[in-house]
Design a protein around this ligand. Structure first.
Ligand code: IZC
Ligand code: ZN
Length: 421
């Protein structure tokens, strides 16, 4: 097969291998293949060879039309995957910073009609085009920082019309720029003001009107719910997720973030693909997720930004066999950061994860968390040519430096979409 693009002489090519069947867990989460003086050959949008430069040059069939990228002094990783974002929303919430600084808690800001509900107002007021324009802007920032695939949730519409508008905007953003977006329906993100005292009636609307339209129009792969004190109870969450499961959607959950409500246990019971946040997960929740193979998506950027001193018990989860992935949780309130490189630092420093665990958690395990592990998440023959080159002498360096974008190039579907000169 003709080689259209060849990356050679990388200080390290770093990837997990042979792990597309099941997410990595336990000691397996440490396993990385590191190829010194490595190369990757690409034909069209697929990887055709990965290995030491001398071997790949032997196998590849470059000609004078092959684009050659000299990766001397660089580390090559699979394109980063962000498996939990709220990337399409209207407005922004910098005005809440003052309240935060006065010590008003996140859930209190929401209870006063701000927080998520503030973003709901702005999202409803925005046209679909405006949402698309903003979504493209955020995705371009993410791409420049090494993200090549991201999950994207609705949930700032909270009416049938505005939820459909958001999911259509997500589809349009997916088409309009290089990052692949995997859409999730999060109609049960909060109770909108007009249903303030009738959360169950709002859930009737989510289940009976929104869900069928989302499914009929194929606007989402997953359904998610914010299971939290003062938002949706375990019982209410079960109702939404069971209905979504019956309609064939995969399940995700915002679980056990602030107050423990048994979200992890529910995710295991319903066979969810992921349960996310998990700061206050119970020991029983950990056991159940491990037994059911539910991926724990940890969001340390949110814990950092909410100023909490207690991070998710990542070490315990890993020791007990929960497959772990990491994400930014990019959203206008609790995590206005869309850079997975910062998540590498926070996961090492505050979750006590090792650099190999972190790399697997934002590549192959994140691919499992969005249902795409057979196509992306590792550098292997036949997979999509989604790669990032970092200006770093080794992969530890990515966890060591922070606050500087170390990306030097990004390849998406075999095309160079970012090149830092
Ligand atoms: O807008 O505050 N936690 N949803 C659940 C969020 C945070 C997003 C927000
Ligand atoms: Zn979230």
């Amino acid at each position: 097969m003709k080689t259209t693009l060849l990356i050679k002489n990388a200080r390290q090519v770093v990837t997990s291998r042979g792990t597309s069947e099941k997410p990595l867990s336990g000691e397996g989460l440490q396993e990385l293949t590191v190829i010194e003086d490595g190369a990757v050959a690409v034909s069209g949008d697929k990887i055709t060879a990965v290995g030491p430069t001398a071997e790949v040059l032997d196998k590849a069939e470059p000609d004078d039309r092959t684009r050659v990228v000299d990766a001397s002094g660089k580390v090559v990783l699979p394109g980063l995957i962000d498996p939990h974002t709220h990337v399409v929303f209207g407005g922004s919430r910098e005005h809440e910073l003052a309240l935060k600084l006065q010590g008003v808690p996140y859930l209190e800001i929401l209870a006063r009609g701000g927080g998520i509900l503030n973003s709901v107002e702005a999202t409803r007021a925005a046209s679909e085009e405006e949402l698309v324009r903003n979504g493209i802007k955020y995705c371009r920032q993410m791409l420049a920082q090494g993200t090549t695939t991201a999950e994207a949730k609705s949930g700032y519409g909270l009416s049938t019309e505005a939820e459909i508008k958001t999911l259509q905007a997500i589809r349009e953003v997916d088409r309009a720029q290089p990052i692949d977006l995997v859409p999730t329906f999060l109609g049960a993100h909060a109770v909108p003001a007009e249903y303030k005292n009738e959360p169950d009636r709002y859930l009737d609307l989510v289940i009976e009107e929104m869900l069928p339209q989302v499914v009929d129009r194929k606007l989402a792969y997953y359904c998610d719910v914010f299971c939290e004190d003062g938002i949706f109870s375990e019982e209410q969450s079960r109702r939404v997720l069971a209905a979504a499961k019956e309609k064939g959607l995969g399940l995700k959950m915002h679980a056990d973030e602030i107050v423990p409500l048994g979200g992890a246990e529910l995710a295991a019971e319903l066979g969810a693909v992921t349960a996310d946040h998990l700061l206050v997960i119970s020991d029983q929740g950990i056991e159940k997720m491990a037994a059911a193979g539910v991926i724990g998506v940890i969001l340390p950027g949110t814990t950092f930004y909410l100023g909490e001193d207690h991070y998710a018990p990542a070490r315990k989860m890993i020791e007990r066999g929960v497959p772990v992935a990491l994400a930014t949780d990019f959203n206008p309130g609790s995590s206005p950061n869309n850079n997975l490189q910062l998540i590498i630092n926070l996961a090492c420093l505050y979750l006590r994860m090792t650099p190999p665990e972190v790399i697997n958690a934002i590549t192959i395990n994140a691919a499992h968390a969005v249902g795409r592990a057979s196509e992306i998440g590792s550098l292997e023959e036949g997979k999509k040519a989604d790669l990032v080159l970092f200006d770093a002498p080794n992969y530890d360096y990515l966890a060591y430096r922070y606050g500087t974008n170390l990306v030097s190039s990004v390849l998406k579907n075999g095309e160079l979409v970012v090149e830092v000169k």
